[in-house]
Design a protein around this ligand. Structure first.
Ligand code: F6R
Length: 250
């Protein structure tokens, strides 16, 4: 379950090659995407690969995990902006195929219901990419989120707002709420890959490793999934027993 790579770049290269091949084999793939620092090397590698060897992406559909409430898509810290900047604009993906929850809609509850329904209508997620928060959140599913949750509004924990505060000028500007895919939506994906890199993720990786399947550790829900891989670098693996790790050295 825990695959260890020598660096964040090695994970990015491995997963970008895997994604490239999957899209090549199945151009109608439905891909679940995450934002955050962890994904940046992967998106950079994938964008480069697709620029060097273009594929027809017109049938590809993507769904992002989450979006801040009250940040419009043109706000530089919105996840819509992040995705355009890191992936969508480079790949030429249009809004009709690259979906994010709308954090500035008038009826948030209707938006949540519609988002889960849109994923089901697309045939479900074939492959879900995940990062992880230092408190174990996946998407923005904070500790104690029910494992049977669908897309919902979440009040961000102080821990998450502090972690994400690095992207904002003032802590007061960090949104307090977000829309996130629920844990059940994530578990419905056919295949899941969680990525964690850096020494600051070593503690949460150890917590996840030792955790029973319990709502106090949202990512522990993944332990019940039949097709989950956790890809980490040496720094993030530092506190997991060595005999439980599978090393990937290419
Ligand atoms: C973002 C998301 C979050 C992040 C997590 C890690 O779409 O779903 O769960 O993956 O907060 O963020 P980084 O990668 O910035 O450490």
């Amino acid at each position: 379950m825990f695959f260890v790579f020598p660096s964040a770049e090695a994970i990015a290269s491995y997963l970008s090659q895997e994604l490239y091949q999957k899209i090549q084999l199945n151009p109608c793939m439905v891909l679940g995407l995450a934002t955050g620092s962890t994904m940046e090397p992967l998106y950079a590698d994938l964008a480069k690969r697709l620029q060097q060897q273009p594929l027809d992406l017109s049938q590809l559909t993507t769904f992002n995990l989450d979006e801040y409430i009250k940040l419009p898509p043109e706000h530089p810290q919105s996840y819509a902006y992040y995705m355009r900047q890191h992936l969508f604009d480079v790949l030429g993906l249009c809004p009709q195929q690259a979906h994010l929850p709308n954090g500035v809609c008038t009826d948030i509850q209707a938006e949540c219901r519609a988002y889960s329904a849109k994923i089901s209508a697309a045939g479900g997620l074939d492959y879900q990419l995940l990062g992880i928060g230092t408190n174990g959140h996946i998407g923005f599913n904070e500790p104690l989120t029910p494992f049977d949750s669908l897309t919902h509004v979440v009040q961000l924990s102080e821990n998450t707002r502090l972690d994400n505060g690095r992207f904002f000028d003032n802590f007061a500007d960090v949104p307090t709420h977000a829309i996130t895919l629920g844990i059940q939506d994530i578990l419905n994906a056919k295949e899941i890959v969680l990525v964690a890199t850096g020494a600051h993720k070593a503690q949460v990786m150890a917590d996840l490793f030792h955790s029973p399947i319990d709502e106090s550790m949202p990512a522990s829900a993944l332990k019940q999934h039949p097709n989950i891989r956790i890809c980490i670098d040496d720094a993030a693996a530092a506190q997991i027993p060595a005999d439980q790790l599978q090393h990937v050295r290419e």
